[in-house]
Write a protein that binds this ligand. Structure first.
Ligand code: FMN
Length: 353
């Protein structure tokens, strides 16, 4: 392998050879296998904790325990694949009803980082020990400011890195619909500038917090662009869906490979945020005002009003993972058309050298 021109990334006490965080993608796309393989190649591997209990829990009762158990299995898988090396992170969405329980389980399993967004993780430091690096995800300087203020006052902690998600990124979006329609008002360079201003006001330690760009990274050119803008690294979601080691089954990956730019739309999610997805029959039925038939065995989201939402997002994400085009919700970033084939994590990281 040649010597990469890309800088290393340092978060907390951890240093990785490539400035790349693999996004923890639910439901079971960002698995222990994907995370462990990314660690072996010199990036930060992240397991998505959302929805893990939904595979086996049949009634509401078992969901929390089953989610914790399955998270433990994924963490052990990643550790086995990477021979116990790190850094290994777990992504936990604030909107989850079992948020605290998942964070505590991840910490007790000895993970190196907790990455947390889809809401502001204001209480996160209260659930962890000093050893775990904390990486909140935000989409504005104001959100970063609020988080810094509360963490400092209540817990005397500062983030070990901050991920800034831009308006073109995949999954749930921390923007209003009108901001998404005018991405020039909330672009990553604006978010970077605003967040840097906030950090500088807080002090020396804060101004050194690594900032990570999340949006549309396909390869080395995008990473170099973000590094030259002033970011310390990137988080990659969409490009990793079609890795051979990802949890997305082949039938699902083929749907992403076929997708064109014009198939990408934004809809309202039961999470209470806009979400970027592929326009599939499910999405068209919802857009046409139809309500899907579903039962709720476990209330996984604080924000979900079962009587009002037109579909169950957990069920739709599980269907997507299996490649069910009719009923699946395929979360995606704007760069999906760039995905022309599946590849191995090894080949991806080789291309960064
Ligand atoms: C299929 C998919 C699933 C995702 N799941 C999660 C998740 O569980 N938690 C989370 O914080 N972000 C999630 N995201 C957002 C990613 O963490 C990441 O920030 C984003 O995908 C980066 O943009 P990109 O997709 O353009 O690379 C997901 C994104 C995708 C595409």
């Amino acid at each position: 392998m040649g010597v990469s021109k890309l800088p290393e990334l340092r978060i907390g006490g951890h240093v990785v050879r490539f400035p790349v965080i693999q996004a923890g993608m639910g439901v079971r796309v960002g698995t222990g296998e994907l995370a462990g393989t990314v660690i072996n190649e010199g990036g930060i591997g992240v397991i998505a904790s959302v929805g893990l209990g939904g595979f086996t829990a049949t009634a509401g009762k078992g969901y929390v325990e089953e989610s914790n158990k399955q998270l433990g299995v994924e963490i052990q898988d990643a550790r086995r694949i990477s021979n116990g090396k790190g850094p290994l992170g777990v992504n936990v969405m604030v909107a989850l009803t079992n948020y605290e329980s998942l964070v505590r389980r991840a910490v007790s399993e000895g993970v190196d980082l907790i990455i947390s967004g889809a809401g502001l993780p204001l209480r996160l430091p209260g659930y962890v020990n000093e050893k775990v690096a904390l990486v909140p995800v935000v989409s504005s300087g104001r959100a970063a400011e609020l988080l810094l203020r509360i963490w400092k006052k209540k817990y005397n902690r500062i983030p070990d890195a901050i991920i800034l998600e831009g308006p073109f990124c995949g999954g749930h979006l921390g923007f209003t619909v009108s901001q998404i329609e005018h991405p020039e008002t909330c672009s990553l360079d604006i978010l970077l500038r605003d967040t840097k201003k906030v950090l500088a006001r807080y002090g020396e330690a804060e101004s050194r917090i690594p900032l990570i760009a999340a949006e549309g990274v396909n390869g080395i050119d995008d990473i170099e662009r973000f590094i030259s803008m002033g970011f310390q690294g990137v988080q990659i979601g969409t490009r990793f869906i079609c890795m051979k080691e990802s949890g997305m089954e082949q039938a699902g990956q083929e749907i992403y490979i076929r997708a064109k730019k014009e198939d990408v739309v934004v809809i309202q999610s039961p999470v209470g945020l806009p979400v970027r997805v592929l326009k599939t029959p499910l999405v068209e039925r919802i857009a046409g005002g139809k309500k899907e038939k579903f039962t709720c065995n476990y209330k996984c989201l604080h924000t979900c009003d079962i009587k009002k939402v037109p579909f169950c997002i957990a069920k739709a994400l599980l269907s997507a993972r299996l490649g069910d085009y009719e009923n699946g919700l395929f979360m995606t970033g704007c760069n999906v058309e760039e995905i022309k084939n599946t590849m191995t994590v090894h080949d991806f990281f080789q291309s960064l050298s």
